[in-house]
Write a protein that binds this ligand. Structure first.
Ligand code: NAG
Ligand code: NAG
Ligand code: NAG
Ligand code: NAG
Ligand code: NAG
Ligand code: NAG
Ligand code: NAG
Length: 213
């Protein structure tokens, strides 16, 4: 039989080669698609991670500033300023903790000034302001008479039955997040208080606080 098997003209000599080429280009496409998918996945993952970190940063790990407040200064023992005996003032300071974690602080000090001179210092033992609670500290301050009696201003202030004292309170503490991370916090409060000699207490408490987180 004279049948001649004619190779189909446009075909390259080896059909296997074509399959291979197709396979390779298909593989390449697949690889590219996988690569793109992978990139998408990583991007999505990073986005979700960022969102989670942001949300945690604004919620669980967000430490709000504790607030210090001066509610008043009262004389508890004799009249302030005493003539010869030391008198005691009680500074009614409270710590407001807005966090969902307790704010623990070490012993703190409150200093009372008159006309720029420290006239007494009170200490508060270490304590804890519970989550979202306000802790009231009565800081007992022993006034050293010699520090105030020598001040020439005292005469006119005594006649006015009012004197301006100022106070400085500093509390060093920390908030422990999820029982894992400690956030150190320093709260400072600076007050000027107008003390009424007749009433034996202050009525105008003007404070400035500064918080370092
Ligand atoms: C008043 O002062 C005296 C002498 O300093 C002291 O013994 C006493 O405990 C004080 N009382 C109060 C209520 O602080
Ligand atoms: C001041 O001292 C005098 C004499 O020492 C005493 O009698 C008096 O009670 C004292 N005053 C005060 C407020 O402690
Ligand atoms: C806390 O108390 C200790 C021991 O009584 C004392 O050495 C330290 O100076 C106090 N710290 C403050 C800030 O008062
Ligand atoms: C603190 O001060 C408040 C108000 O003056 C008083 O009711 C409370 O008994 C005081 N607490 C202490 C421990 O002195
Ligand atoms: C106390 O301070 C207030 C406000 O700064 C002032 O108006 C007042 O005259 C002062 N009083 C005395 C006795 O210094
Ligand atoms: C108290 O506040 C005044 C005014 O902000 C500031 O100049 C001063 O340094 C403060 N004092 C303390 C002991 O922080
Ligand atoms: C001081 O207190 C007395 C008695 O509570 C009161 O009558 C007087 O007005 C007060 N003085 C000032 C300057 O607020």
């Amino acid at each position: 039989m004279g049948e001649v098997v004619k190779p189909l003209a446009p075909y390259p000599s080896n059909p296997l080669q074509i399959d291979e080429d197709r396979a390779i280009s298909g593989q390449l496409k697949l690889r590219r698609r996988r690569y793109i998918q992978c990139c998408g996945c990583i991007t999505a993952f990073l986005l979700i991670l960022t969102v989670i970190i942001l949300v945690l940063g604004f919620t669980v790990f967000h430490v709000k500033e504790p607030r210090l407040m001066m509610n008043g200064v009262t004389s508890v023992n004799g009249t302030f300023p005493g003539i010869n005996a030391s008198t005691t003032l009680v500074a009614d300071v409270s710590v407001k903790n807005p966090n969902s974690y307790s704010f623990r602080f070490s012993n703190s000090t409150t200093t009372i000034y008159y006309d720029g001179t420290a006239i007494g210092e009170g200490r508060t033992p270490a304590g804890k302001a519970k989550a979202r609670r306000t802790l009231r500290l009565n800081v007992t301050v022993e006034i050293v008479p010699s520090r105030i009696l020598g001040n020439p201003r005292l005469v006119s202030d005594t006649n006015d039955r009012a004197l301006n004292i100022s106070s400085y309170t500093r509390i060093d503490g920390k908030v422990k997040i999820l029982n894992l991370f400690n956030k150190h916090i320093v709260v400072k409060m600076n007050c000027t208080v107008e003390y009424n000699l007749t009433a034996g207490s202050s009525h105008d408490n003007n404070c400035q606080t500064r918080v370092e987180i």
